[in-house]
Design a binder for this molecule. Sequence first.
Ligand SMILES: Nc1ncnc2c1ncn2[C@@H]1O[C@H](COP(=O)(O)OP(=O)(O)O)[C@@H](O)[C@H]1O
Ligand SMILES: [Mg+2]
Length: 255
Amino acid sequence: MRKIAVINQKGGSGKTTTVVNAGAFLAKNNKKVLLIDLDPQAHTTIHLGFEPPEIERSVYDVLIKKTPIKDAIIETYEKNLFIIPASIELASAEIELVNEIGREIVLRDALKKYRAAFDYVLIDCPPSLGLLTINALTTANEIFIPIQAEFFALEGLTKLIQTIDVVKSRLNSKIDVTGIIVTMFDGRKNICKDVSEKVYSHFKKKVFKTKIRENVRLAEAPGFGKSIKDFAPGSHGWEDYKKLTAEILTQEKKK
Ligand SMILES: Nc1ncnc2c1ncn2[C@@H]1O[C@H](COP(=O)(O)OP(=O)(O)O)[C@@H](O)[C@H]1O
Ligand SMILES: [Mg+2]
């Protein structure tokens, strides 16, 4: 089971878009996929057509009320694609967890108790390096970092890598960055090319060959409650996430 935390404490870097769309294409490739929405903004949940106020049990219940994972998983409209949704309450989870022993590994423990297997677990993280993100990092065995091809994108990466190193040495020796994704790329803009080249020269083989181009269809899809796979077949966004997913699948062979 590949458990991948999609993180970057910078908001708007393409985490949610990647989780939903790569998740949908993985499911289409006959992989059983679980998405965990760890962001109180619940964008992954909404992107797949759910309305957080109507959700009965969310990842908040799993973390705080110790609701078994099996009772919080819901099916999406897509075959093989499941989600543990987020709800607004999740915003207070970090504070509520503070006094709990083992607060950094609550999600990992909950998932361990769940027997049914998934091929992929993709965890969408909030735009911070707080306790929710730490829970994602202790649960996962891999990390994907989406980086928006723009000027400030590289700021904060040092802090992010430091956090990952601390988690690796203290809490989860299994974790590694296995994929960097350049997102919102526009080949006509020099700044995009500059940033993208810097990312490739710094992270080298860890960067996926597929760059996700800027594509308005990707930004529209959440409003229709669908992944790009179903919302806009043939669009650049569809093409790029399909290609990215193929790369993600090839990584399996290298393991
Ligand atoms: N490749 C892209 N082209 C155009 N818009 C995009 C693209 N990727 C994401 N977006 C849009 O940019 C915003 C931020 O992306 P999102 O995936 O929500 O980032 P994060 O989860 O890291 O905050 C969203 O409105 C999303 O629809
Ligand atoms: Mg998001």
